[in-house]
Design a protein around this ligand. Structure first.
Ligand code: ADP
Ligand code: MG
Length: 329
């Protein structure tokens, strides 16, 4: 069996995925104080390289290898960019890897519970654990911003925003929607490099936007109005809304639209961005959930007012990012 050399990529078609064991790494500490899924800082024992190990959640083991993890791996496998986290390898703990084959990661729509011949894989084969091995990053943006007394300077914000937009542009031209842009999924190292991470909700899209996609994606505070209004045909604009929320949050020092539930989230959006009508957002009244969430009264857009302390150029950019009609983004 072909095995990747220590520190080398193990993503080729032929060497079996997960051919190395997690015992090639020494776990140093759990990252994120256990509030997230299990992500560990670890050291490759032979090279001493520091990596992050993300344990794949087997929430529904009977279904076999989770489709979300397959998507995440498949998508990360094709993305190579300095502002997108690099997936280096997949490793397993004993007893885990029997059904994880390159072909199970290569077929677009086959469920995870089938082997190369199309026969169902016995869920029992997934004992043990499977980990994604990533390059290690020192911080995530939320962790950094939450440090007592932390306030980013304008040059820092510009630097992070440029990298965020460059990484996201790369994803979008490669027809990948991230669908969970938020601070905890933006990783930053001590040199100030920013990389997009957590592609657990990402998916490929076609540029005609005809796909029937789920609208239950993106963490509520960063979720755009078209998803809250039930749209299932959407595109890169969904991520741009989240970027706008992050941008304003960085300048503002706190989240700008912290809704407690979906109706409240839409209300907060309308209070800031005004209530949409057919003039500013053609087609809005035909959105699936428009009638459920129809604003009770007309509100005027007040982005400029709410953030009048922002620099003029920053405000101009923010206005564009927080455009209600996704086709105008
Ligand atoms: P999820 O949110 O699905 O649990 P993430 O991939 O976002 O998974 O990882 C959870 C947290 O672990 C991140 O918010 C970040 O703090 C940390 N983390 C993830 N990947 C890395 C990495 N490569 N380097 C350092 N920390 C990481
Ligand atoms: Mg995350």
């Amino acid at each position: 069996m072909a095995v990747a050399a220590p520190g080398q990529l193990n993503l080729d078609e032929f060497p079996s995925w997960g051919s190395r064991g997690v015992d090639c790494f020494e776990k140093l500490e759990q990252i994120g104080e256990g509030t997230y899924g299990q992500v560990y800082m670890a050291k490759e024992t032979e090279t001493n390289e520091i990596v992050a190990l993300k344990k794949i959640r087997m929430d529904n083991e009977r279904e076999g290898f989770p489709i979300t993890a397959i998507r995440e791996i498949k998508i990360l496998k094709k993305l190579h960019h300095q502002n997108v986290i690099q997936l280096k390898e997949i490793v397993t703990s004993p007893g885990a890897c029997a059904g994880l084959t390159p072909s199970s990661l290569n077929c677009e729509f086959a469920g995870p519970d089938r082997d190369e011949q199309g026969k169902p894989i016995d869920g029992n084969k997934y004992k043990g654990s499977i980990y994604m091995v990533f390059e290690y990053m020192d911080h995530d943006l939320t962790g950094l911003a939450d440090r007592p007394g932390m306030r980013f300077t304008v040059p820092q914000i510009k630097c992070y925003m440029k990298q965020l937009l460059t990484g996201l542009h790369y994803c979008h031209v490669n027809q990948v929607l991230h669908r969970d842009i938020k601070g905890s999924n933006l990783l930053i190292d001590n040199e100030g490099n920013l990389k997009l991470a957590d592609f657990g909700l990402a998916r490929s899209f076609s540029s005609d936007h005809n796909g029937n996609l789920t609208n239950r994606v993106i963490t509520l505070w960063y979720r755009p109005p078209e998803l809250l209004l039930g749209s299932t045909r959407y595109g890169p604009a969904v991520d741009m809304w989240s970027v706008g929320c992050i941008f304003a949050e960085l300048l503002n020092g706190k989240p700008i639209l912290p809704g407690k539930n979906e109706p409240e989230q839409l209300t907060k959006i309308f209070e800031l961005c005004g209530t949409p009508d057919e003039l500013i957002w053609p087609g809005v009244t035909k959105m699936p959930w428009y009638n459920n969430f129809k604003p009770p009264r007309v509100l005027k857009r007040k982005v400029k007012d709410a953030f009048k302390h922002f620099d003029r150029h920053a405000l101009d950019l923010l206005e564009r990012m927080l455009t209600l009609d996704p086709s105008q983004v």
